[in-house]
Design a protein around this ligand. Structure first.
Ligand SMILES: *[C@@H]1O[C@H](CO)[C@@H](O)[C@H](O)[C@H]1NC(C)=O
Ligand SMILES: *[C@@H]1O[C@H](CO)[C@@H](O)[C@H](O)[C@H]1NC(C)=O
Ligand SMILES: *[C@@H]1O[C@H](CO)[C@@H](O)[C@H](O)[C@H]1NC(C)=O
Ligand SMILES: *[C@@H]1O[C@H](CO)[C@@H](O)[C@H](O)[C@H]1NC(C)=O
Ligand SMILES: *[C@@H]1O[C@H](CO)[C@@H](O)[C@H](O)[C@H]1NC(C)=O
Length: 613
């Protein structure tokens, strides 16, 4: 585990205010795999035969691009999942309703529903008139705290005020309403429900970049425009931008200033357990090191939750606000070769951040594992605890070929975590790829699985009261129908000095793209630069970004690094002769590079991934 090596090297994650307690000790965790509907051998009609599922309650495929595990029901006894049913018999044969993308509940306590299955479909067989114009997005399934509604992608499913877990909830009583964002052409993505069951957070791409939003669900029985079906509208929408707030990097005369208090919600990832904070991926604080942050909905106060050099992204808080679990590449060394040196200011990220974030995956392959961290986040030598650390061998709970996916979840009483994984498949393995494709050990050769982790030494806790959020976030901006997001501001090209908080300086040259006005080249010359008085940087680093006109998601970087860090550690970040040249598409995540970039920390050398691997 290389992150413990880092810890031993005395690297410091954060400067701590006195209220932060000592980190917790590792705790015992038991893991089991949850049952899913059986796997059918193919998707042809009737392949899900009574011999495969004697209850005629559906089959799923070996692979699924749309499967997703969600979070717990408020009773802590079930989790919600989006499954892709295949091979159903034709109507009117029994089982014909178990077809396509559906929302199901799975029992986590080993018991069964009245039909004898461990699972129950909530959306199967819902009459067409109860599910008009449902939105194709079915991701991030979530059961509301009221137990009577589900957020299912961009839809709300409800069952005539009956709890969704009840046997009384039948298809005839179930309604599925699309969520509509009036007055905008932008598509919402990554929708998350606030624990008050009424407010929502989401992100959206525009030509001006990705912004995040916060709004309220309002039922609209008879809409006058847009889709003319009963639906939930997003109203009182805020764009989560501070109108006069500082930029993360600003110019003051000949100097650059870094503003850690800047609210920079790149992608909204959810809410704290009480809902007092918005959780998000924010501007980097250290070069190439992508982290999670929390911002208080009222005060705008920011907490950095992760600081490990590896990449963190999906996250869930416990309902008592005391813990979170994140999907993180730490331990895989996927990113260490570019982000392993700590306390390097995030200057090159003006051009390198998209590429740095995109390296986290190889195509469909993730390098995530679930990491349990207390509410105060990474600090000192503490970088959390890998939930699935035990095992060994193919198909075991820590088999690195099983990769964590989004989102994990905490049981409401804080004693269980659910997460799901997919097995690496072609072309991320096999063929020319150096990684041979593993055989699945899951039922029917399934390449996805849902795991339940029991924190066996814990006693149940009660959720903290849900935070009463206002419709309008005090530090954000109202975003009404027809509004457009503000233009993103970029630092102008020029020669600047950035002073280390604890000494030294960096001479920085920024060159912006003449046509687009966005940063193109960042060159930094460090002289005894230190932000913490314990790590000192000297040397030179320069990165140039080229975005091909025909492919706006592609990033090509030409990179030269020769920087040395002394003090508490001895670290070197260095490119080989001729520099390092990489191309990556942020939607495809296939790493291709010429040349080398390595980071060495106290003698441990981290190399870039092999191309296409
Ligand atoms: C069924 O499976 C075949 C082969 O895997 C695939 O090409 C086809 O798209 C699938 N059809 C549906 C409706 O999923
Ligand atoms: C594990 O799987 C690999 C293929 O991925 C195979 O070569 C190896 O023999 C398997 N090991 C065991 C112990 O089954
Ligand atoms: C920045 O400094 C370089 C020399 O180090 C000089 O060539 C260049 O003109 C300067 N750029 C600006 C915008 O002042
Ligand atoms: C680098 O910054 C220092 C501190 O501001 C300044 O004294 C020096 O002239 C700068 N060097 C160059 C080459 O601009
Ligand atoms: C690697 O070098 C080759 C030959 O010069 C070039 O065609 C290719 O675009 C380079 N790839 C990257 C990722 O820089």
């Amino acid at each position: 585990m290389h992150w413990s090596l880092l810890a031993l090297a005395g690297q410091t994650a954060l400067t701590l205010p006195p209220a932060v307690p000592a980190p917790p000790q590792p705790e015992p965790i038991d893991i089991l795999e949850l049952p899913l509907p059986p796997v059918a051998p193919s998707n042809i009609t009737g392949a899900c035969s009574a011999s495969i599922n004697p209850h005629n309650t559906g089959c799923i495929g070996k692979e699924s691009d749309f499967f997703q595990a969600g979070d717990f029901t408020p009773d802590g006894k079930h989790i919600a999942l989006t499954v892709e049913y295949i091979g159903a018999p034709a109507a009117p044969n029994p089982g014909n309703i178990y077809n396509g993308l559906q929302l199901i509940l799975v029992k986590v306590d080993g018991t069964t529903f009245a039909n004898g299955d461990s699972w129950k479909c909530l959306s199967c067989g819902v009459p067409a008139q109860n599910a008009r114009s449902i939105d194709p997005s079915r991701d991030y399934p979530h059961i509301a705290r009221n137990a009577k509604q589900a957020l299912w992608g961009h839809n709300i499913l409800e069952c005539s005020s009956i709890p969704l877990t009840s046997d009384l909830c039948t298809p005839e009583l179930t309604y599925i309403y699309p969520i509509h964002w009036p007055g905008t052409k932008n598509s919402p993505r990554e929708m998350r429900m606030h624990p008050d069951d009424i407010h929502m957070g989401w992100s959206s791409f525009t030509t001006r970049g990705q912004y995040s939003y916060f709004g309220r669900l309002e039922f609209n029985a008879v809409p006058k425009n847009g889709p003319l079906v009963p639906r939930y509208d997003l109203v009182d929408v805020n764009i989560l931008v501070q109108p006069d707030g500082p930029a993360p990097i600003s110019v003051e005369g000949p100097e650059l200033r870094i503003h850690n208090e800047a609210i920079t919600i790149g992608e909204l990832r959810g809410f704290s357990g009480s809902g007092n904070e918005i959780i998000y991926l924010g501007s980097t604080r250290e070069a190439n090191n992508i982290d999670l942050f929390a911002v208080h909905i009222i005060t705008g106060a920011i907490r950095r939750l992760t600081s490990h050099p590896e990449y963190a992204d999906p996250i869930a808080f416990s309902h008592d606000d005391q813990w979170f679990v994140t999907m993180d590449t730490r331990g895989s060394d996927r990113q260490m070769w570019m982000s392993g040196m700590r306390h390097v200011p995030p200057l090159i990220d003006l051009v390198a951040v998209t590429a740095a974030a995109s390296i986290r995956n190889n195509g469909a392959r993730r390098f995530f594992q679930p990491i349990l961290i207390d509410r105060f986040g990474d600090r000192d030598a503490y970088f959390g605890q890998q939930v699935n650390a035990d095992g060994g061998g193919n198909g075991s709970i820590n088999d690195p070929n099983w990769n964590g996916k989004a989102d994990p979840a905490f049981s409401p009483d804080g004693t269980m975590i659910v997460y799901w994984q997919s097995l690496v498949t072609e072309p991320a393995c096999g063929g020319d790829n150096p990684l041979p494709c593993p055989e699945s050990t899951a039922q029917g050769g399934r390449t996805y699985r849902v795991m339940l982790a029991r924190l066996s030494s814990r006693t149940p806790t009660n959720p903290v009261p849900v935070f009463a959020v206002p419709d309008m976030v005090p530090w954000a901006m109202s975003f009404g129908p027809g509004d457009t997001p503000p233009a993103m501001h970029f630092v102008s090209g020029g020669n600047y000095t950035l002073h280390g908080k604890a000494g030294g300086f960096a001479n920085v040259t920024l060159v912006n793209d003449e046509l687009l006005g966005i940063p193109k080249t960042v060159s930094v010359d460090y002289t005894e630069y230190s932000d913490d008085g314990r790590h000192y940087i000297n040397g030179y680093e320069s990165v140039t970004l080229t975005v091909p006109k025909e492919s706006p998601w592609s990033n090509h970087l030409d990179w030269v690094s020769d920087i040395v860090q002394t003090g508490l550690v001895h670290a070197v970040k260095k490119t080989g002769p001729g520099g390092f040249h990489m191309s990556i598409n942020a939607l495809e995540n296939i790493f291709v590079a010429n040349g080398t970039l390595t980071t060495t920390i106290d003698g441990v050398v981290y190399h870039q991934p092999l191309n296409y691997a």
